[in-house]
Design a protein around this ligand. Structure first.
Ligand code: ADP
Ligand code: MG
Length: 771
C-alpha cells in the first residue's frame, strides 16, 4: 500500500511534490524512522498529524486522570528526588516525584552506575518545571512513569527560543515510545520552515475562503502546529474542520449531480390505475407523514432523472405502504419495481404481505383478479428450479409488476422487461457501490428508494448519505399500544424466574413471545452475521488519536472478547432446550430460529410462530428487521448488553405492533455504572429512536460513526466531529452544492477535484459506505 497523500494537501503544479517527499530527506533518517513507527512517511503525513491538545505553559497538567497504559506527556514541577541501592541486586534506583500542585506522580529510573543517576537527580532537582513523557505504569497501586523522557525549556539549545516558547501554547502530539511529543513538534517545525505557499495547494476555493474569512492552507498549518495564542490554534482547527466537511460535501454533491445527469424514465401517476384502486381498498387512512412523503416520492418518480431518496422511519411507522404505493405508481406507468430485502426470510414475508395487501390487484390474469391488476413474484435462492424458472420468466416478460427478492436479485442477472424502481428495505448492507452498480445497470437508471428503520442523526445522514435526499416518517400510526421495557439484572434472586412467568402468562393469553440470544449454539462461538456484540465499544478519550479504533465485532460478526466472560453467552440451542425442560413452560411448544438453518426451515418456523402453533421463538438477530407478527407481545433479550443500542431498538420494534401492549425484558449481567449498563438504561428509558441513536453515537468513537475505514490513518476526517460540528457541516454542504451546481466537473477547481479523487480512491470509497 502506498501512503495516500494527505487530503487537502495535494501537489502544486510546479513539478516537485513536496507533500509526497519522504520525511527522511527533510528531518534525517533517525527521526524519520521514529516517525514511521507512527505511520508517518511523507511530509504530507506529518503535516496532517495534528496535535491532540495544547498545553498552556502557564498551567501545569492535571495529574488526576492518567490511565494506566496510556502514553502521556505532562507539564509538571519536580518535587523531590532520592537515590537508593536496589535490594538484593547490584545497581541503584532514582525515585523522583513530580506534581501539578495538587497531585503527584512518581518517576523511576534504574541504573548500574550511581554517577549517571546522580546527574539525572541534579536535572530533576526540586522546583523545576518541564515536560515529562512516557507510558503510565503501576507499582504497588501507585501510578508511575518508568524512565520517562523529560525536557526543561531552559535546557534547550536555543535559549532565546525556549524562553519565548515558555509563553506559547505547547502542542501535544499523539506520540509513542519511539519519539516524544516534542520530537514530533521539532520535526513539524523543521518541515514547516521549508514550505512555501505553492507547496501546499489549497482545496478550498479562494472565494469560499474569503467569504468565510478563513486563512490559507500554509497559514492554517502554522496556526495548528505552531500557534502563538490559543485563538491561533482554534482558528486553525476551525478552518481544517471546514475543509474536511467541504471536501466531503463537494464529493457528495458531485455524486448527486452525476446521478441527476443520468436519464431516467418519468413515471407520472395515472389516475384510475392500480394505485387508486389500492388506496380505495386500504383498511386505514394514511398518516399525515405517509401522505407527505408519498407526495414527494410521487413527484420524484415523475422526473426524468432518477430519484435517490432515503426514507427513514421508526420500526412500524409504515414505510412499506409508502414503498408499495410508489411501486404501484411505476406499475401504472408501465414499468416494474424490484423490492430488495436483506434476508430471504424478509423477502418472503414482504412478498406475502404485499400480495395480501393487494388482494385481487395482485392477481392479474387469474380467476377473481381485478380488471387492472399486476403480479407479485418472489425470486430467492431456495426456490425449486421450476419455480425459479417461472418466477424469472415473469420478471423478464414484465408480467410481474413487482419482483421481490434479496440483493442477489440485482447481481444474479435477473432480467426485467422495464425496471423502473428499486426499493431497498434496510440500507445497512446497501452502500454506495451497490447504488453505483445499480445506476450503471441500464442507460435508463431506475429510481431508487432506500428504507431504513435505523434513525440516523441529521448530520450523520448528511455526511454518510449526502448524495441521497432524505425523508422521515416521524409518527407511528395511531392505535399501537407501544412497548414497556424493563431491565432484569442477573443475580437478583427471582427476577429471571419472574421473566419466564410473564412469558407463560402472555402465551396463556394467546400471544407470542421472542427470546433473543446473542449466540446460535453453545457448541461454538457462532453468532449471527451482523450481530452487534458491543462489548468493546467505549473507550475513553479517543480524541484525535491516530491509530486503532476499528471495532472488531462489527460487520464480520466475530466477537472480540473484552476479558474472560464469567459464563458462556446465551445460545439459541441451549436456551431452547432449557425452556422445553422448564416446568413453568410445560406444554408450550418452543421453536428455534437462526441464520444457519436452511431457508425453508426458517420460513416454516416463522409461519408456525406467526400462526400461533409455536408461540415461543428462541432466536438470534435474524428476526431483527421487518418481521411483522402483530400478536407478539413479549420479548426477553438475554445478555442484552451484547447488542448495540440501535439493534436493541430494532429488536424491540418487533413487539407491541398490535393493539396489545408489548413488554420487553432486557436481561443482563452488566455491572451497575458500566457503559453497557448506561446503554441499557437509556434503552429502557425511551422508545425514541433518534434519542437512542444520539446516545449510541455519543458513546462511540468518531471512527465508529463513519465505519472502520474512517478511523485511524487514511481517514479523511481528522478534526471534524459529525455530531458536534453540525453548523460546519451545514454550511459546507450549502457552499459545496452551490459550487458543484455551477461547475459540475470542478474544471475551475483542480486542487479540489484532485483532493476528492484521492479521497474517493477505491481503498477509501468504502468510507462513504458505512454507518
Ligand atoms: P415499517 O416497515 O416502517 O416498520 P410497516 O410498513 O411494516 O412498518 O407497517 C407496520 C404495520 O402498520 C403494518 O401492519 C401496516 O399495515 C400498518 N400500517 C401502516 N400504515 C398504517 C396507517 N396509516 N394506519 C394504520 N396502520 C398502518
Ligand atoms: Mg418494514
Amino acid at each position: 500500500m502506498t501512503a495516500p497523500s494527505a487530503a487537502g494537501l495535494t501537489p502544486g503544479s510546479h513539478g516537485r511534490d513536496r507533500l509526497a517527499e519522504p520525511l527522511r530527506a527533510v528531518v534525517g533518517t533517525k527521526t524519520a524512522t521514529a516517525l514511521a513507527k507512527l505511520g508517518l512517511e511523507t511530509v504530507g503525513d506529518l503535516l496532517r498529524h495534528y496535535p491532540r491538545r495544547y498545553d498552556d505553559p502557564s498551567r501545569l497538567t492535571d495529574l488526576a486522570d492518567l490511565p494506566v497504559g496510556d502514553h502521556v506527556t505532562v507539564f509538571a514541577r519536580t518535587k523531590s528526588t532520592g537515590i537508593r541501592p536496589m535490594r538484593g541486586k547490584s545497581g541503584f534506583i532514582l525515585s523522583a516525584v513530580i506534581t501539578d500542585g495538587h497531585r503527584d506522580l512518581d518517576l523511576t529510573f534504574f541504573g548500574k552506575n550511581r554517577g549517571i543517576l546522580a546527574h539525572r537527580e541534579h536535572m530533576l532537582r526540586p522546583g523545576r518545571t518541564g515536560l515529562f513523557t512516557g507510558t503510565i505504569g503501576e507499582f504497588r497501586g501507585k501510578r508511575q512513569l518508568t524512565h520517562p523522557d523529560y525536557l526543561f525549556p531552559e535546557d534547550a539549545e536555543e535559549r532565546t527560543r525556549a524562553a519565548e516558547r515558555a509563553t506559547l501554547p505547547t502542542p501535544i502530539y499523539p506520540a509513542s515510545g519511539a519519539i516524544p511529543s516534542w520530537g514530533i513538534r521539532a520535526a513539524v517545525e523543521t518541515v514547516l520552515d521549508t514550505l512555501r505557499e505553492e507547496d501546499v495547494p489549497d482545496p478550498l476555493p479562494e472565494a469560499v475562503r474569503a467569504e468565510r474569512g478563513l486563512p490559507g492552507l500554509l497559514e492554517t498549518l502554522r496556526l495548528v502546529h505552531a500557534p502563538r495564542t490559543a485563538e491561533d490554534w482554534q482558528a486553525g482547527q476551525e478552518r481544517m474542520r471546514f475543509e474536511e466537511a467541504f471536501v466531503l460535501q463537494a464529493a457528495l454533491a458531485q455524486r448527486r449531480a452525476e446521478a441527476r445527469a443520468q436519464p431516467a424514465t418519468a413515471r407520472a401517476p395515472r389516475p384510475g390505475g392500480i394505485l387508486d384502486a389500492f388506496d380505495a381498498r386500504l383498511p386505514f387512512s394514511l398518516t399525515a407523514g405517509q401522505q407527505e412523503v408519498g407526495a414527494t416520492v410521487a413527484a420524484d418518480l415523475a422526473r426524468t432523472w432518477p430519484m435517490q431518496r432515503m426514507l427513514q422511519g421508526e420500526v412500524g411507522s409504515g414505510k412499506t405502504v409508502v414503498a408499495l404505493r410508489a411501486m404501484l405508481q411505476v406499475v401504472d406507468a408501465g414499468g416494474q419495481a424490484a423490492l430488495l430485502a436483506p434476508t430471504e426470510v424478509l423477502a418472503a414475508q414482504h412478498a406475502r404481505t404485499i400480495s395480501a395487501m393487494l388482494g385481487p390487484l395482485a392477481e392479474a390474469g387469474m380467476l377473481g383478479g381485478a380488471d387492472r391488476a399486476t403480479r407479485v413474484t418472489l425470486v430467492t435462492g431456495s426456490l425449486s428450479a421450476p419455480a425459479r424458472r417461472a418466477a424469472l420468466a415473469q420478471a423478464a416478460s414484465g408480467e410481474a409488476g413487482i419482483v421481490v427478492g434479496t440483493h442477489a436479485l440485482l447481481s444474479q442477472g435477473v432480467q426485467f422487461a422495464d425496471l423502473g424502481l428499486v426499493v431497498v428495505d434496510e440500507q445497512h448492507r446497501f452502500g454506495v457501490e451497490q447504488r453505483d452498480a445499480l445506476r450503471a445497470k441500464a442507460t435508463h437508471a431506475p429510481h431508487l428508494l432506500v428504507m431504513t428503520a435505523t434513525p440516523i442523526p441529521r448530520t450523520v445522514a448528511m455526511t454518510v448519505f449526502g448524495d441521497l435526499e432524505i425523508s422521515t416518517l416521524r409518527e407511528v400510526p395511531a392505535g399501537r399500544a407501544g412497548v414497556r421495557t424493563h431491565l432484569v439484572p442477573l443475580g437478583r434472586p427471582g427476577w429471571l424466574e419472574r421473566a419466564w412467568q410473564r412469558l407463560r402468562e402472555q402465551v396463556d393469553d394467546g400471544a407470542r413471545g421472542f427470546v433473543l440470544c446473542p449466540r446460535i449454539t453453545a457448541a461454538d462461538d457462532a453468532v449471527e452475521p451482523g450481530t452487534d456484540l458491543t462489548e468493546d465499544v467505549p473507550d475513553e478519550d479517543g480524541a484525535g488519536d491516530a491509530g486503532g479504533g476499528a471495532r472488531g465485532a462489527r460487520g464480520d460478526g466475530t466477537a472480540r472478547a473484552a476479558g474472560p466472560p464469567p459464563r458462556p453467552l446465551a445460545a439459541v440451542d441451549d436456551i431452547a432446550a432449557r425452556l422445553r425442560a422448564m416446568p413453568l413452560l410445560a406444554g408450550v411448544p418452543v421453536g428455534e430460529l437462526h441464520g444457519r438453518l436452511p431457508a425453508d426451515e426458517r420460513d416454516a418456523t416463522m409461519a408456525a410462530f406467526a400462526g400461533g402453533a409455536v408461540p415461543v421463538l428462541v432466536t438470534t438477530t435474524v428476526i431483527e428487521v421487518g418481521v411483522d407478527v402483530p400478536d407478539a407481545t413479549i420479548m426477553i433479550i438475554l445478555d442484552a448488553d451484547r447488542f448495540g443500542l440501535s439493534q436493541l431498538h430494532q429488536l424491540r420494534g418487533r413487539i407491541g405492533r398490535g393493539t396489545r401492549p408489548g413488554t420487553c425484558l432486557a436481561v443482563t449481567s452488566a455491572p451497575p455504572g458500566s457503559p453497557a449498563m448506561e446503554r441499557l438504561e437509556a434503552f429502557a428509558a425511551t422508545t425514541d429512536g433518534f434519542e437512542l441513536a444520539r446516545v449510541d453515537l455519543a458513546q462511540r468513537r468518531e471512527g465508529d460513526v463513519l465505519g472502520a475505514a474512517q478511523s485511524g490513518r487514511g481517514s479523511s476526517l481528522r478534526l471534524l466531529r459529525v455530531l458536534e460540528d453540525a453548523d460546519i457541516i451545514d454550511a459546507a454542504r450549502g457552499e459545496a452544492r452551490a459550487l458543484v451546481d455551477a461547475d459540475p466537473t470542478l474544471a475551475a477547481y483542480p486542487v479540489l477535484a484532485r483532493t476528492i479523487a484521492e479521497q474517493l480512491d477505491p481503498e477509501r470509497a468504502e468510507f462513504l459506505d458505512r454507518t
